[in-house]
Design a protein around this ligand. Sequence first.
Ligand code: SF4
Length: 317
Amino acid sequence: MAIYYKYSQYLKEKHGEKTYKLPLNLPLTCPNRDGQLGEEGCYYCGEQAAGFESEPDESVRQQLLDLKDHIGEKYNAKKFIAYFQNFTNTYLPLSKLRMYVREALTVEDIVEIVLSTRPDCVSYKYLKGIRDLVNTVDSSVSLSLELGLQTVNYHTLKKANRGHSLAQFIDAVLTARTCDYETGAHLILNLPGDEMEDVRENARVLSALRVDNVKLHALYLREGTEFARQYQAGELEIIPMEEYIERVITFLEHLDPRIAVQRLLGRAPRDTSVFVNWGKDNRKIQQMILEEMKERETYQGRKFDYLQGSCLQKFNS
Ligand code: SF4
């Protein structure tokens, strides 16, 4: 039995073979940076918002072709996902995002479009506008929405200056489903202020909402961010790596086993960061988590027993 349900496996089942994400880099911004909500951004957000392989002045088609060549050759891959990754993609005017998506659909072997965004930049009208376009051009291409949630604890969301609420995340997931999108959520399991109970509640809320996938991160501190400043001033502490490992295990144990997990922690460039993964390689920590779970004979969903009237179970015996 697998220790957890890997996203790569989920994509294989969905598309019939290994499928790879091609991350796009577009010239856009985010309401938490351009002044709509604020200018500081989330307190952990580095200047560039994500790591990129492409230049934003290249066309969507060219970026996808270049990445496809590179990844296709390296992994002998034949199916790909156009991953609109950076900043807040649905904060673009709808006509503009439709133009980019249309361009992505001109690239052969694209089987899925993934849009990464904030929960407060999702509306039925907007998502339907993209859905209608995809259905018109090639209805076999699937659509997914990746939502930055980070934590279900709305006090912690405030402390991290996220600028959105838990309610907006729930609304975004339900709205996406009505437009036939799959949904994913990003979580940081060690945001300052969160405790183990928040980690369990993260798993419970995502399971109750039946999202399709989740991507986990450990908090890293990019130079110039507010959290990096707080850390250097001794105002912010990061939990020890052993505690992070415990949190990931607890999260997975409580997560619905049908939810695919994209990764157990991320990575960031060390030369422009104040703190990344306790100075260790992310793959090494991932390995430690898996070994620990194996040792304990535990797995994703082992404690997924709390939905659907858990107190009524006594009547079934
Ligand atoms: S929503 Fe994303 S892009 Fe915007 S400030 Fe936060 S982390 Fe950065």
